[in-house]
Design a protein around this ligand. Sequence first.
Ligand code: ADP
Ligand code: ZN
Length: 638
Amino acid sequence: MNKYNVLKKYFGYDSFRPGQETMIDAILQGRDALGIMPTGAGKSICYQVPALLLPGITLVISPLISLMMDQVKALNQAGIHAAFINSSLTESQINKALLYASQGRYKIIYVAPERLETESFRFFASKAQISMVTVDEAHCISQWGQDFRPSYLKIVRFIESLPRHPIVSAFTATATREVKEDIICVLGLREPQVLVTGFNRENLYFEVRHVRNKEEPLLQYVSSRPGDSGIIYCATRKNVEAVCTFLEDMGVDATRYHAGLSADERRRNQEDFIYDVKPVMVATNAFGMGIDKSNVRYVIHYNMPQSLENYYQEAGRAGRDGEPSECLIFYSPQDVVMDQFLIENGKDSQEMDPRIREMVLERDRERLKKMTYYCITNDCLRDYILRYFGEYGNTCCGNCSNCQTRFETVDITDIAKTIIECVQTSRQRYGINVILDTVHGANTAKIRDYRMNQNPCYAHLAKVKTHKLRNIMNYLLLENYLATTNDEYATLRLTETSMKVLADDISVTMKMPKDPDPATEGQSSDNTSAKATAKSGKTAKFRRKTFESSNGTDAKSHSLAELDNQGRALFEQLRSLRMEIAKEEKVPPYIVFSDKTLVQMCFVRPQNKEQMMGVSGVGEFKFDKYGERFLQCIRGLV
Ligand code: ADP
Ligand code: ZN
């Protein structure tokens, strides 16, 4: 057996994804390895394939019970002998597992870090042949990271106590330099093969919708994707309750998750979601860690999150299987106010030393600002995200809402100048709302109190619509024509660029969404034909094409959106068969076959074993177990 046979036989895949081979080869040569790859890149294969080729056992250290169980179920379904040892088992179950393990029954064993210190486990480890120790979610070892786990520090002592030094491999999706250095240093990796792959997720479509009343658009979105699995993140428990109840009342199979529910209910709801019993999950950010569900087709943020770090992590739970999936934010300016409140009143920060607290708050305000800019920029959203994380993207990805909207470039110098003048003449004492109300000429008590009705710019922009003024203000902040202070009462400040505008040294232009005007369609010079296509109702097709052309990884793959009606009907049949088998096997449906594999079946329509085995994701063991039932379904016999 070599690595290619293992990949095909157990996992049913024909080729490795970028990076996987580098990691596997290094490990098979006996080198330590560190893989930093985004969610869905396929980190598990990087250690599972070598684990099957190395002579002894591979121990995988994993922080969460649910993750371990999921992985072990998936391995067992693929015909690989694997087990987990953690606190969900009774003492006698653990002893039995260790006995089997010492008899060499398992190639891969998942353990929680706490387990490494126990007497019985140490005894087992001292006698067993352990070829590799793999540290999953390795960022948990770093005190810089968000998810630091002190018990991860025990891993090093454990490795040192082993009679033979194993290969050590570590994997994470967290990419900051501090975390990377911490992992290498704390784990004591010896001249490791380090691989950092790009953070772009090509199969994800990004969109920001500016919506005032969110319920209707949400319902419309969810109902237009019946049966599809999706997560809706809300900022507060109260919102989760309201949104979930609303969807349920409207007949959507939704469930909820937040820290206010009992542990029992949380577990039940999570299972309903993972097993596709309730395809829609409405949750706070307490939900998601340790969820490996690969067929999440969309993630909607009903409220804007507090930082892009949080956003990309949560949105990234969509489309782990590589199928096209969507990440939307339903933005309203109210969200920013709520996030500000949550940051200023955060429980954690209340207990901090005041100086540290101020630093943390400042950092959080800065993050919130960058998050807000994401929601108001007219530039490529993917590019914005990648830049934020220090990568260079493409200025136009073609697969986000901004790349698919037609914009025109408008000269806004006069408006910008008036706004900046207003900030200057009021001696930089006020925030966004007061300034906008002033130039718009609002006659409110506040404006009169502040005597802003006597400001020289008062009502100069009375003719410009307020939402347009707000957009322009956002743009001025985004492009540093103005700045805000980073404290609780963010006041507007002049920048060097403001001075240039005031001195008439530069003009200000801004991209604005163009009103669809059929008469000029096709004549505009400021845009690509791609955007024109999007507007003329071919969005879905365009999206798919872009995705395919840039996705050179999984060869000859098709996507769900390409299926015609007949294909879609077959997909639904295969999906119900998968559900039936999942219930029999007591595993989540996506562990039986991924959405991607089902979609390939609909395209290939395999008629016999050989053709079925050619479908990506169908390994030998799975074919023997239920390949025939899927064949029958495709042949239309059922
Ligand atoms: P990560 O842990 O990096 O988030 P996973 O290991 O869960 O990612 O893999 C994500 C998905 O990609 C899984 O459904 C997995 O089966 C699939 N996958 C991994 N490697 C390949 C490959 N070489 N070809 C096709 N699919 C793959
Ligand atoms: Zn884009």
